[in-house]
Design a protein around this ligand. Structure first.
Ligand code: ATP
Length: 891
C-alpha cells in the first residue's frame, strides 16, 4: 500500500477484490516467496520497542554506587599523592567489578528475552494455498489469517469469512461487550468501533471463527498508532527479590555504621599518635579501609546473582517443557501445594479413538464397515459426527483440529466412508461454534431441500434438550424408557473411562441461528471414545503426593468418565468425592469449605466454577496451580497463584498464564515444581555462601580492632577478595542439582524468607569458623611480623571463602556424598578463584597487595591447611546434625 494513512481510512469501504489486488493476494494467500520479500521490505509485525539501555550506559551506571564513588575519589587522591600503582590497581579492580556487573546484567536480560521469544504467539495463515502456522510477527500485508475463539488478532485486516465471529475490542474502543463481526459492505464513513467488516490487531476473538486479509501490520495498525512505542518490558521483581532487597538495604546500613565506627577508631588512633607520622597518608588509608570494609561486606552482587539463578531455573524448566512467562512463578512453583488440572490432553494423551456406539434401537458394539449396509440411524449418526465438525485431514495425512473431532472423521474413514464425500454433499451453511460453557456445537445443512441443524455435544446436555428420537428411521417421541436406556448406556460407557458425545438434529426455518435453536432436538445416538491416560502421569501424581502436593482433576467431561480415569491414575482414592459443576453451584461457601479437601474430581465444570475452586483452596492458605486452555479460562488462570496454559491452548489463556506447557503434560508441571524447589534451594545456598564469607571477614576485622592488632586486611586485599570470591562461586552454587529429598518434603511456606532457622544457623556457624581461622592465621603470622600476620589472614580468608563453596553445596550432604565432581561449574569456579588468587603472589604485584617478599609457598600451604581444617569442621558438623535428625525422625 503506497499511502498508508489514506489506505487505512478506506480499507473498510474498499471492495474486497480490489484489496486483494492491491496486496498481491488471492484466495490461495500469498506465496511463501512473496511473503518473505514483503517481510524483508516492511519489517516484522511487532510494535517497535523503545530502545534498550546501551551497554555503555549500563556500565556507567555501575559507577553510580556511593561506595564506588568514594573508592574512585580515594584512588584519585592516591594518584595525586604519587601512589600510581595503588591507583592503578584500585582502578583496575573497580573496572573489572563493573564489567562483571554488566556481563551479569546482560546475561540475565538475554535469557529472559529468549524465554519471551519462546512464548511468542503464532498465527494460522493460508500461504501457497495451504494452511500453515507461522510466528505472528512474520505476518505481512496480503496474508490470509484464520481466527478462532481465544486467538489474539495478530494484525489489522478485512474479513473474508466470519462464522458467528465476536471480538473483544475493549482495548481499542473501550467497549466492554464483544463486537459482532460480519462480512458486509460499508459505504459510509464510520468510527473504528463500527467497522464490523474489519478486525484489529491486539483484540481478542471471544467466539466463532473467521478469515481475514491482512491490510496493515506492526505500527501501521490501529493499536500501533495509539500505542506508539511499546515500553520495553521490565521484569517484575519476585517476592524473594523484594525480600532480599529490603534485607540488603538494612544490612548495608548496619555495615555502613560499622565502617564509620572503624573509621572513627582509626582516626582516633592516628590523632593519638599511633600512625605512620604522615597524616595525609594515614587518613587516606583509614578512609580507604573503611570504604573497603563496606564494599567487601555489602552483598551488592546479590540481586544479579538471584536473577541469574532464577533465569538458569527458567532455562532448565524450558528444557522440561515448561516455559515461564512471569519470573516470580519460578519461586511460587516451589511453594505450590495444590495442582488443579484439566483432564483431557493434560492427564490423558488426547489421542481419541471411537470404540463403541449406541442407537435408540439398542444397537451397539461393532459398527459395520460397509456404508452400503448402514441403517438410516447409523448413516445419520456418522453424518452428524462428520458435519458438525471442524477437523480435517490434510493432503499429507496430518490431522488438523480438536482430537475429539478428529476421532469422528477417523472413524468415518475407517468405516470406508470418506468424510470429504459427506462434507461436499452437504456443505455447511451456518454454524454455532463449540464453547465449553454450552458444551455443544451445531451446524446447518440442507438435506432433501429441507434445512436442518445438526448438533453434537455432551450427552447429558443433548439428552436434556431432546424431545424426540430417531428410531429405525422414524422420528418418534422421547419416552422414559428410551431416555433411561440412553442414560444407562452413557453411564456404562463412562464407567469404562470412555468419553461420550451425543448427536442430534432438528429441522430449522432459516439460517439466522441462535442458541435457542439448540432445543427440541431429535436424538440419534452416542459415540464412545477412549483417550488413554498418559503413561508418566500415574507416577507424577504419586511424586506430587510425596512432595506434599495434592492433585485435583477439574474437567469439562462427564463425572463418571472423569472418576474412572482419576481412579486409574491415583487422583481419586477410596473415600474421595466427585462433584459436578451443578452440584458445586448448589453448595454454600461453608459447605464447600467443609468438603474441599476430600473432593478430588470436579466434572462438567464451567470456567466460573474453576475460579471458585481456586479461591476456596487459597482461602485455606494453599498455593494453587491451575491449568487451562480455553478463552474463558483466563480469569481462573489469573486468579491461581500459578496459572498454567497449554501449549496447544488459546493465546488468551497463554497470556493470562504464568507458565506454558509446551507438551500439555501434567508430568511437566510436577517436574517444573521440582526445578522451582531446586532454584529456591540454590539461591539460599548462594546467599548463605556470600553471607558466611562476609561474616568471617567482619569477625576478623572486629577482633583485630578490639585486640588492638593491625587491620587483618588492607583495603586493596578486601576489594580483591570481594571481586574474586563473590559472584563466581555463588553463581556456580546456583547450578547445583536438586537435593535427594527435594520432592519428599512438604512445600515451602511462601511467607518464610530465605533466612529460616537452619540457613541462619549455618551462615552464622560457617562465618564464625572462617572468622576464627583468619584470626588464628593472623596470630600465627604475627609471631614473625605484623606484615606476615596480614598476609596470612588475607591468604586464609581467600582459601576459606574459595573452599567454602564445597560445604555450601548442600545442607544435608557433604561435598563427597553429593559427588565431588558432580558439579563441574563449582570445580571451575574454585579453580578460577585459586588462579586469580595466585596473581597476588607474582613478584611486583606482591608488594601492591602488601604481601612480604619472604612470604612463600610454605606459608600459602599453612593457610590452605587452616582453611582445609575449617571446611572439614563445617562438613563434620553437617554430618552430625543430619545423623541426629535422622535419629529423631526414626524415633
Ligand atoms: P478438560 O476440561 O479436562 O480439558 P474437556 O475436553 O471434556 O476436558 P471441554 O473442552 O471444556 O473439556 O469440553 C466440555 C465438554 O463439551 C466435553 O466433555 C464434551 O462433552 C463436550 N465437547 C468437547 N468437545 C466438543 C466438540 N468439539 N463439540 C461438541 N462438544 C464437545
Amino acid at each position: 500500500m503506497e499511502n498508508k494513512e489514506q489506505a487505512q481510512r478506506v480499507i473498510y469501504q474498499e471492495p474486497i477484490d480490489s484489496l486483494m489486488q492491491q496486496t498481491n493476494s488471492s484466495n490461495n494467500g500469498l506465496s511463501t516467496t512473496l511473503a518473505k520479500e514483503k517481510l524483508e521490505k516492511d519489517g516484522l509485525n511487532q510494535l517497535k520497542e523503545a530502545p534498550k539501555k546501551p551497554t555503555w550506559k549500563l556500565f556507567l551506571e555501575t559507577f553510580k554506587d556511593a561506595m564506588v564513588i568514594v573508592l574512585l575519589i580515594v584512588a584519585l587522591i592516591q594518584m595525586i599523592m604519587g601512589e600510581y600503582v595503588e591507583f592503578f590497581v584500585i582502578f583496575a579492580v573497580l573496572m573489572l567489578n563493573s564489567v562483571i556487573s554488566v556481563v551479569q546484567a546482560k546475561k540475565a536480560e538475554g535469557s529472559l528475552e529468549a524465554l519471551k521469544n519462546l512464548s511468542a504467539p503464532d498465527a494460522r495463515v493460508i500461504r501457497d494455498g495451504k494452511e500453515k502456522t507461522v510466528p505472528a510477527k512474520e505476518l505481512v500485508v496480503g496474508d490470509l489469517v484464520l481466527l478462532e475463539a481465544g486467538d489474539y488478532v495478530p494484525a489489522d485486516g478485512r474479513l473474508l469469512e466470519a462464522g458467528s465471529l465476536q471480538v473483544d475490542e475493549g482495548m481499542l474502543t473501550g467497549e466492554s461487550t464483544a463486537a459482532e463481526k460480519e462480512v458486509v459492505e460499508i459505504t459510509n464513513t464510520v468510527p473504528v468501533g463500527d467497522r464490523v467488516n474489519m478486525v484489529f490487531s491486539g483484540t481478542i476473538v471471544t467466539y466463532g471463527r473467521g478469515k481475514f486479509l491482512v491490510t496493515s501490520t506492526a505500527n501501521n495498525t490501529e493499536i500501533g498508532q495509539v500505542a506508539g512505542l511499546l515500553e520495553s518490558t521490565t521484569e517484575q521483581a519476585t517476592p524473594l527479590q523484594r525480600g532480599l532487597d529490603k534485607f540488603s538495604k538494612k544490612l548495608s546500613l548496619a555495615i555502613l555504621a560499622l565502617s564509620l565506627l572503624i573509621l572513627g577508631i582509626q582516626l582516633l588512633r592516628i590523632f593519638l599518635g599511633e600512625g605512620t607520622g604522615d597524616l595525609t597518608v594515614d587518613i587516606v588509608n583509614a578512609v580507604m579501609f573503611a570504604v573497603a570494609v563496606a564494599v567487601a561486606a555489602i552483598p551488592e552482587a546479590l540481586q544479579s546473582i538471584v536473577t541469574i539463578v532464577l533465569s538458569l531455573g527458567t532455562n532448565k524448566m524450558a528444557k522440561r517443557h515448561a516455559i515461564i512467562r512471569k519470573l516470580p512463578a519460578v519461586e511460587t512453583l516451589g511453594s505450590t501445594s495444590i495442582i488443579c488440572t484439566d483432564k483431557t490432553g493434560t492427564l490423558t494423551q488426547n489421542k481419541m479413538t471411537v470404540v463403541d456406539y449406541y442407537l435408540a434401537n439398542g444397537n451397539s458394539g461393532d459398527f459395520t464397515d460397509n456404508p452400503e449396509k448402514w441403517s438410516d440411524d447409523e448413516r445419520r449418526l456418522i453424518e452428524i459426527s462428520v458435519l458438525a465438525n471442524d477437523a480435517s485431514i490434510s493432503e499429507d495425512g496430518t490431522k488438523l483440529g480438536d482430537p475429539t473431532e478428529v476421532a469422528f472423521i477417523d472413524f468415518s474413514e475407517k468405516l470406508n466412508q470418506p468424510y470429504q464425500e459427506i462434507r461436499s454433499n452437504f456443505p455447511r451453511e451456518a454454524e454455532l461454534p463449540f464453547d465449553s460453557d454450552r458444551k455443544l456445537m451445531s451446524t446447518a445443512h440442507t438435506f432433501d431441500n429441507e434445512k436442518y441443524l445438526l448438533v453434537k455435544g455432551g450427552p447429558d446436555i443433548v439428552f436434556n434438550r431432546s424431545k424426540k428420537v430417531l428410531l429405525n428411521g422414524e422420528v418418534v417421541p422421547m419416552t422414559d424408557e428410551l431416555m433411561t436406556n440412553f442414560q444407562n448406556q452413557n453411564e456404562a460407557f463412562s464407567n469404562r473411562a470412555l468419553r461420550v458425545l451425543a448427536f442430534a438434529y432438528r429441522p430449522i426455518d432459516n439460517l439466522d441461528l441462535t442458541f435457542d435453536d439448540e432445543n427440541d432436538l431429535i436424538l440419534v445416538g452416542i459415540l464412545a471414545m477412549i483417550d488413554p491416560p498418559r503413561k508418566e502421569v500415574t507416577q507424577a501424581v504419586e511424586e506430587a503426593r510425596s512432595a506434599g502436593i495434592k492433585t485435583v482433576m477439574i474437567t469439562g467431561d462427564h463425572k463418571t468418565t472423569a472418576v474412572a480415569i482419576a481412579k486409574e491414575i491415583g487422583i481419586f482414592e477410596e473415600g474421595n468425592q466427585a462433584l459436578t459443576g451443578t452440584e458445586l453451584d448448589a453448595l454454600s461457601e461453608d459447605e464447600l469449605m467443609n468438603i474441599l479437601e476430600n473432593v478430588t474430581v470436579y466434572a462438567r465444570v464451567s470456567p466460573e466454577n474453576k475460579i471458585r475452586i481456586v479461591r476456596a483452596w487459597q482461602a485455606k492458605g494453599h498455593i494453587s496451580a491451575m491449568t487451562g486452555d480455553g478463552v474463558n479460562d483466563a480469569p481462573a488462570l489469573k486468579q491461581a497463584d500459578i496459572g498454567i496454559a497449554m501449549g496447544t491452548g488459546t493465546d488468551v489463556a497463554k497470556d493470562a498464564a504464568a507458565m506454558v506447557l509446551t507438551d500439555d503434560n501434567f508430568a511437566s508441571i510436577v517436574s517444573a515444581v521440582e526445578v522451582g524447589r531446586n532454584v529456591f534451594d540454590n539461591i539460599k545456598k548462594a546467599v548463605a555462601y556470600l553471607f558466611a564469607g562476609n561474616l568471617g571477614a567482619i569477625i576478623a576485622i572486629i577482633f583485630a580492632l578490639v585486640a588492638d592488632w593491625s587491620n587483618p586486611f588492607t583495603a586493596l586485599q578486601l576489594l580483591f577478595i570481594n571481586l574474586v570470591n563473590d559472584s563466581l562461586p555463588a553463581i556456580a552454587l546456583g547450578t547445583e542439582k536438586a537435593e535427594p529429598a527435594t520432592m519428599s518434603r512438604p512445600p515451602r511456606d511462601p511467607n518464610t524468607g530465605i533466612f529460616t532457622g537452619r540457613t541462619l544457623v549455618s551462615v552464622t556457624y560457617r562465618g564464625i569458623l572462617i572468622g576464627i581461622a583468619v584470626i588464628f592465621a593472623q596470630w600465627l603470622g604475627m609471631q614473625h611480623s605484623p606484615e606476615f600476620g596480614v598476609a596470612m589472614s588475607f591468604t586464609t580468608l581467600i582459601w576459606c571463602r574459595t573452599l567454602q563453596t564445597f560445604p555450601a553445596r548442600s545442607n544435608t550432604q557433604t561435598a563427597i556424598q553429593a559427588g565431588f565432581f558432580a558439579n563441574k561449574v563449582v570445580l571451575i569456579a574454585v579453580v578460577v578463584c585459586s588462579a586469580l588468587f595466585s596473581l597476588t603472589m607474582i613478584p611486583g604485584l606482591k608488594e601492591v597487595f602488601s604481601i612480604p617478599t619472604a612470604f612463600g609457598i610454605s606459608e600459602i600451604l599453612i593457610c590452605l591447611g587452616i582453611a582445609f581444617v575449617t571446611i572439614l569442621l563445617m562438613e563434620i558438623t553437617k554430618l552430625i546434625i543430619v545423623h541426629v535428625q535422622n535419629g529423631k525422625e526414626k524415633e
